[in-house]
Write a protein that binds this ligand. Sequence first.
Ligand SMILES: Cc1cc2nc3c(=O)[nH]c(=O)nc-3n(C[C@H](O)[C@H](O)[C@H](O)COP(=O)(O)O)c2cc1C
Length: 173
Amino acid sequence: MKILIAYGTTYGSTRSIAERIKDRIAAANIGEITIAPFDNKLSANDFDILILGSCIHMQSWISPSKKFIKRSATGLHTNPKPTWAFSVGLPPDSGVEPEAKVMEKWLRQYIPLRGHTLFQGAWKKEDMGGCFRLFFSCFGGKFEDKRKWNLMDEWADGIVQELRNDHPEILEN
Ligand SMILES: Cc1cc2nc3c(=O)[nH]c(=O)nc-3n(C[C@H](O)[C@H](O)[C@H](O)COP(=O)(O)O)c2cc1C
């Protein structure tokens, strides 16, 4: 069972979340995991299970992530695979659900999904150049790390459970 965990990141928090999910799923020993950033060489055809994540810019997945989704769409409709997606943004706590719905709606236009969630990521001061940092602070922007590792673990555990239910014969430890 070949599992792809692919991610699109600008400043690294989406990669850290993908790695957390990878570690959790690897501990369940349910298949061979590849973790990689989205790029032109990556193909959904090479895997049995897909876990796809991207950071959000301006209420949209970033470009390399969107490209992967769009070019995988036809293949995933003709040959569907268990697929989960996660978005990473920094909406306020009260905005997580609405933003998650916007991202999921966009994704479902292209690919069938078993599930989608939105994790809050991080803004770190050191990620930004001096001018942008000043501009950001002047307009009340806050540097914060809102990653909630327990939510990622729970989400990964849910995926493992679904896969075990689907394939008890293959996936038992
Ligand atoms: C240019 C820009 C636009 C952003 N737009 C959004 C947005 O629309 N919604 C949101 O929730 N977060 C937005 N964010 C916050 C990022 O999604 C958040 O910082 C995330 O943790 C970044 O992930 P990364 O570290 O993997 O790049 C934006 C960040 C940048 C730099």
